[in-house]
Design a protein around this ligand. Structure first.
Ligand code: NAD
Length: 335
């Protein structure tokens, strides 16, 4: 039975992905390597913690000795790499850990995997031929869009925040291991995710939490910044498809054609809460505008034609169906 190394599996997307993968595939072992930074939470993994095919290791992806030891112990057939510092606001205040984890950590994993799986450039060791490194990245590497246009896999990289610059750097390292060493890598660049288990600091959990607690719901600037929102399970489905069927060396954009601006999102959440968790006044009265994020990108939007046409992916949720599920989940957590 093959054993996959998943990094960052105690975070938002990684934990959703591990339960999704183990539920669908009984013939896979997963080892989850996660440092449990402030963003990691083992409660996210309650559904799999007793699964005999699941193992948790607390540790740093930058720790080469540890990563090497784990490869030797578990003979990983693949890596699916989620671990990262992921919050743009934190990267503006304190970029150091973004460079360390996102750039150096990705390099460490790639390099250990290459040395373990390959004997020389373009030469996999016997029995290791199909082993794959799947790098999870973001659409933020492409920079910002105006009112029109979409990010495709051919869009030039133009990262604008320390977060997106560190992710862009890691994408380039992954790309270089394909071109230089012939390593079997794939990268997925996804738009903004939302859904259960996301950290409190992110936009949608913040709106729901502040609404329920009766506090001001902070919206940056004029609330007109647009993101292309994807329900996390749709992202997990895209990752599994690319992991199993994507072409080595290729990148795939994942996005659900669900562009919404921040003010629309706040209003929508308030409307749903007014309906399913009503109180005396509408929640909309709590929406308040705060000083904009430095260097705030105006718009991101994904052209997902490649993954749709080549691999048959499509999003099952639109924003309105996904947000209802999401609010229902956070109501249980926050109320
Ligand atoms: P998250 O912040 O919720 O989780 C990150 C996880 O990585 C945490 O469990 C943390 O403990 C772990 N981690 C951090 N540094 C580590 C280190 N040095 N060693 C080991 N583990 C470490 O992030 P997320 O939102 O789940 O994002 C996962 C991946 O998906 C990231 O690579 C991110 O760039 C990418 N991504 C996220 C989104 C999004 O909307 N959240 C969109 C596209 C791509």
């Amino acid at each position: 039975m093959e054993t996959i190394l998943v990094t960052g599996g105690a975070g938002f997307i990684g934990s959703n992905f591990i339960s999704f993968l183990l539920e669908k595939n009984q013939q896979i072992n997963v080892v989850n390597l996660d440092l449990l930074t402030y963003a990691g939470d083992l409660n996210n993994l309650k559904v799999v913690e007793k699964n005999p095919n699941y193992t948790f290791i607390q540790g740093d992806i930058c720790d080469r000795e540890l990563v090497q030891t784990l490869f030797e112990k578990y003979n990983f057939s693949d890596v699916i790499h989620f671990a990262a510092e992921s919050h743009v606001d934190n990267s503006i205040k304190k970029p150091d850990s973004f460079v360390k984890t996102n750039v150096f950590g990705t390099f460490t994993l790639l390099d250990v995997a290459k040395n373990y799986w390959m004997s020389s450039p373009n030469q996999y060791k016997k029995g290791f031929e199909n082993f794959r490194f799947h790098h999870i990245s973001t659409d933020e590497v492409y920079g910002t869009l105006g009112e029109k246009g979409l990010f495709s896999e051919d869009t030039a990289y133009a990262p604008n925040s320390p977060y997106s610059a560190s992710k862009a750097s890691s994408d380039f390292l992954v790309r270089s291991y394909f071109h230089t060493y012939g390593m079997n890598v794939v990268t997925t660049n996804c738009s903004n995710n939302y859904g259960p288990k996301q950290h409190d600091e992110k936009l949608i959990p913040t709106i729901i939490r502040k609404a329920i607690l009766g506090e001001n719901i902070p919206i940056y600037g004029d609330g007109k910044n647009i993101r292309d929102w994807l329900y996390v399970t749709d992202h997990c489905k895209g990752i599994e498809l690319v992991f199993k069927k994507g072409k080595p060396g290729e990148t795939y954009n994942i996005g659900g054609k669900n562009e919404r601006d921040n003010l629309y999102i706040a209003n929508k959440i308030c409307e749903i809460l007014d309906e399913i968790y009503p109180k005396e006044n509408t929640y909309k009265m709590q929406i308040s505008f705060v000083k904009d994020r430095a260097g705030h990108d105006f718009r991101y939007a994904i052209d997902a034609t490649k993954i749709e046409q080549e691999l048959g992916w499509k999003a099952d949720e639109n924003f309105e169906t996904g947000i209802l599920k999401t609010i229902t989940w956070y109501l249980e957590k926050y109320k």
